[in-house]
Design a protein around this ligand. Structure first.
Ligand code: SF4
Length: 398
């Protein structure tokens, strides 16, 4: 079985297709987001900050910022993409600088702990048979007072998660286990996330019980990935940063028309079809509204004139006023009471029948045992169908 990292597992959870393209098909792309690039530059600078402590003592802030800016300029390349049009490369660089400055001012002279390693690679197995192997890089491992080991992770994102998120985070939970596997005598481990854009620390601990739940959940996820056949695309806000738009059925067409001149764009067959479909659908909506209005007028007319048929030039309209018995629907609060009355009267089987839509949902989402699903699937047939769903383009998709 391949070795898995937390980011690999997260990619599968976020979008199975992207995972497949990156890790199964091994399709490499040069493109990199500026957020990712800035993260790397900040990580490298903080690594230098602690690495130098061992040899030359405390760096000055000015030294570190010079290193950050020099590395930024040296490693910058043309395939770095800036998705947010209102921001420039300079805005991103300056924010990275601000993060380093805030970190420096908070922790200098960096003597509250002893650094054991930076960018430390850990490889370990979740099981004794070494079937489920995990790899990762700890940004910094340190030993603080009272023999507490600290796993530090630097985050440069513009999102500050909740304490609950930190307490259930898989990445540092796995690193906790990795450190314990590497140094079995290690008892107390503190997990620390440095949210640099917010100058904030999040701290969390893991009990043996949480670690064993994490191991079980991670093994289940690895099993799912290993047996996966269908790697569907999963559209989300992250698609804007995806490096495979040209290979994804949900983004391929966007990618194809993105660079077309306006006249070419408006004549592209896909664009023509969607525009035509939407125009017709809007026309149909208006016609439906007009039909409803005329229908209402005919009902009024029939009541007023006391007629049940109205003659037109080529057609006649037969008007009926019927009454239909209705009971509370599935989401109505009174539905349960109604069902109770029927059950109490032992008449449930007279009125109940299989809801095949719910059954299909249960089977498609594997909500019952495999045995039962296999039995039921002997009666199921897969019917091909097609549909068109129209929605407005988001601003960033235009
Ligand atoms: S564009 Fe979105 S849906 Fe398509 S592969 Fe990338 S992340 Fe997945």
């Amino acid at each position: 079985m391949p070795i898995y990292s937390h980011s690999q597992l997260s990619m599968y959870e976020g979008c199975p297709l992207k995972y497949k393209l990156r890790y199964r098909d091994k399709i490499k792309r040069d493109s990199e987001s500026i957020e990712g690039f800035r993260g790397t530059m900040v990580h490298e600078t903080l690594k230098k900050c602690y690495d130098n402590l061992k040899f030359t003592g405390v760096n000055t802030l000015s030294n570190l910022l010079t290193y950050y800016n020099k590395t930024w300029r040296g490693k910058w390349h043309d395939s770095i993409s800036i998705m947010r049009e209102e921001l420039t490369q300079e805005d991103y660089r300056a924010l990275g600088e601000k993060m380093i400055k805030a970190y420096y001012e908070r922790y200098s002279p960096f003597d509250s702990d002893i650094t054991i390693g930076t960018e430390m690679n850990i490889n370990f197995s979740l099981d004794d048979e070494t079937k489920y192997r995990i790899t990762g890089f700890i940004d910094r491992l340190s030993r603080a007072q009272e023999d507490v080991h600290e796993i530090h992770d630097y985050k440069t994102s513009a999102y500050l998660p909740s304490q609950e998120d930190a307490d259930s985070d898989r990445q540092l939970g796995l690193y906790h286990l990795g450190v314990q596997r590497k140094w079995p005598h290690t008892k107390n481990i503190r997990l620390i996330w440095h949210y640099l854009a917010f100058d904030t620390e999040l701290i969390s601990y893991r009990s043996p019980n949480t670690i064993s739940n994490l191991v079980a959940a991670t093994k289940r996820l690895i099993d799912e990935i290993e047996s996966a056949q269908d790697f569907s695309p999963n559209e989300s806000w992250l698609c804007e940063w995806c490096e495979y738009p040209d290979l994804c059925p949900l983004r391929k067409h966007f990618f194809k028309v993105e660079t077309l001149a306006v006249n070419e764009y408006l004549n592209e067959p896909g664009v023509v079809l969607v525009n035509k479909y939407v125009a017709l659908r809007n026309e149909a909506k208006k016609i439906d509204t007009d039909i409803s209005k005329v229908k209402e007028a005919m009902f009024d007319y029939a009541i007023k004139e006391e007629v049940e048929a109205i003659k037109g030039s080529d057609y006649k309209a037969r008007i009926r006023f019927d009454e239909r018995l209705k009971f509370p629907g599935k989401n109505d609060a009174k539905r349960q009471q109604l069902e109770d009355v029927i059950r109490e009267a032992a008449k449930w089987t007279d009125v109940s029948q299989l809801d095949t839509t719910s059954l299909a949902h249960i089977i498609e989402n594997n909500l019952w045992s495999k045995d039962l699903i296999d039995k039921i699937m002997k009666y199921g047939i897969i019917e091909a169908s097609s549909s068109v769903h129209i929605s407005k383009l988001e601003d960033e998709e235009k």
